[in-house]
Design a protein around this ligand. Sequence first.
Ligand SMILES: O=c1ccn([C@@H]2O[C@H](COP(=O)(O)OP(=O)(O)O[C@H]3O[C@H](CO)[C@@H](O)[C@H](O)[C@H]3O)[C@@H](O)[C@H]2O)c(=O)[nH]1
Ligand SMILES: [Mn+2]
Length: 689
Amino acid sequence: MPRAGEQGRWAWIGMFMAELCFGLYWILTQSCRFKVVYHYPFKERLSYRYKDQLPSVDIFVCTADPKMEPPTLVINTIFSVMSYNYPPEKLSIYLSDDGASELTFYALLEASSFSKHWIPFCKKFNIQPRSPSAYFAQQIDVQDITYGLEWLAMKKLYKEMEDRIDSVVEMGKIPKETRDRHKGFLEWNSKVTKQDHPSIVQIIIDGRDKSVMDIDGGRLPTLVYMAREKRPQWSHNFKAGAMNALIRVSSEISNAPFILNLDCDMYANDADTIHEALCFFMDDERGHEISFVQYPQNYDNIMTNDIYGCSFSVPSNIEFAGLDGYGAAPYCGTGCFHRRESLCGKTHSKDYKGEWNVKAKQNADRTIDELEKESKVLTNCIYEKDTQWGNKMGLIYGCTSEDVVTGLAIQCRGWKSIHHNPNRKAFLGVAPTTLDAALVQHKRWSEGLFQIFFSKYCPFIYGLGKIKLGAQMAYSIYLLFAPTSIPTLYYVIVPPLCLLHGISLFPQVKSLWFLPIAYVFVARNACGIAEALSCGDTLIAWWNSQRMWVFRRTTSYLFGFIDVVRWQLGLSKTTFTITTKLNIEDVLKRYEQEIIEFGSSTIVFTIIASLALLHLFSLIGGITKIVLELEFKSLEQLILQVILNLLLVMINIPVYQALFIRRDNGRLPSSILFKSFVLATLACLMPII
Ligand SMILES: O=c1ccn([C@@H]2O[C@H](COP(=O)(O)OP(=O)(O)O[C@H]3O[C@H](CO)[C@@H](O)[C@H](O)[C@H]3O)[C@@H](O)[C@H]2O)c(=O)[nH]1
Ligand SMILES: [Mn+2]
């Protein structure tokens, strides 16, 4: 430690604080590695045992914007869940459309017709996956001639439907002849905008009606379209609001005891998942205390080396399984089966037996019109006024990570949850394909999660005595993503600057203190690599994830942190930026080649580029200084800083390429080069105290 008055004393003290933060944070990360639990349900046995006693299941799909979430994507998710291997009369599928778009409604109508062909086809040949676009995208080897013929016919039928939808979406409005075909379009006769419209509920397929059949005479699942009322003066609470409206509408129509919740891009990849999830709820010993079964978020568009670190394989394979060990697997918003009662606010009590076999609502005597009319009332803005919805009932409002806070609240009411990660992935979604989208998504997450830490739901306070200490700690790993940005920023700025000025911050090679720091560095990274490899990542994917951690912590988490502080001071309101699921061809091509997409000139990229240049300048400057002044003694003192700086420069190689070499549209624009050059130079001139 530099003595009082010596240059670099305060820099050293700052480093010490940053390292202290990392150390404490590391302790938190250990909490979910003590009791990792994996489950192996025997799903085939469920039907043997319960035969026709299986409970009904409601499936909720949320969509919010026909541009960012194309209607064909949405209906592919719908097809995949309509064709689950589960008695169709026990399934009800609800689509919530926060975009209130007649295009999405139209696509759903088309889907209801096509499903009459698709469902029997899936079941007849037992195909997987049951999202048509994913299914037709895979190579198949047809030996059976009837299968081959039907495959061709089905593909043609699907393509025709897709073309019809795409052309309507392109036109942006529904042709008159189509509008006349279904009464549902009347809902769009008055002025309907995304932010301002009355409730819309349309039962497109009524599963109670035995005369509605697929082409092979099989029953069909209920299919419902819902767009809750929106008014500019009422806050709609984003996805949480949509989910709560879905809970109420479904309780009116089918009221199944179990609910599967999906984002519109997450198609079901395994046709037997319902059986599997029910095994947990219907287990004789533990079933009655289980509130939800969460499947990890997996994506079908991740490339081998996962450039944006989206696969999150270590958290979903190890950390969440570790939280499961405490009975506190987190709810992640999609791919999750809920018990309706616990989601609606019930507290778990010792004598609760788990009443899953209550007969679901039959509604035999009510017409579709009556059901629609009554459901609409439930989705009006005014309905939730002065109720516990968004607080003690349903999903919790006021936070963009509504999922995590809701899961935590459920666990604090005495329920347990399961994290289940089967070999065949249960759900596959669309991961962001540009750096900007990936960072914006993490900004929303880190912000929402940090809000929870600051609210009354802080796990250490709210969870005190209700969930295990280990679970409280493990939750905090994620809730504290945002503040980790501060020590990280310090660590990537100050040591390089000190190297440039020839100030030593780390122990010398000969010093005994060199050993612990070298040990921590090697051991920490070796563990990280071992965990990543054991979860199926490649070595390059691990390296890419290190880069993404640096990018996220210096940009997304920093902005998340700042916004939570502003929110605490009452200076800002929370917003939910939807992740786009649409891909431009040019961008997609680069994504497939694993080239990072920068492309725009936002402040995020200015920060990334400035830091990268700062690292480059410091490394070059620092080494020049060591060599020119021929002070090899100083090399001994500075070696750790040289290594750290070298690692940072290596991590930033794609940034230099995007600044200086690349010529495609995904490179960093020259305005960014200029700004970051000025900023990095200014930083280098800053005096170190
Ligand atoms: O006002 C809104 C905003 C979003 N959504 C839906 O919410 C889902 C998730 O949105 P997305 O933009 O895809 O965000 P992701 O970051 O991919 O979502 C993850 O993180 C969210 C919390 O930040 C969770 O709600 C999600 O379930 C989880 O998958 C999508 O189906 C949207 O259609 C709505 O229904 N209404
Ligand atoms: Mn998503």
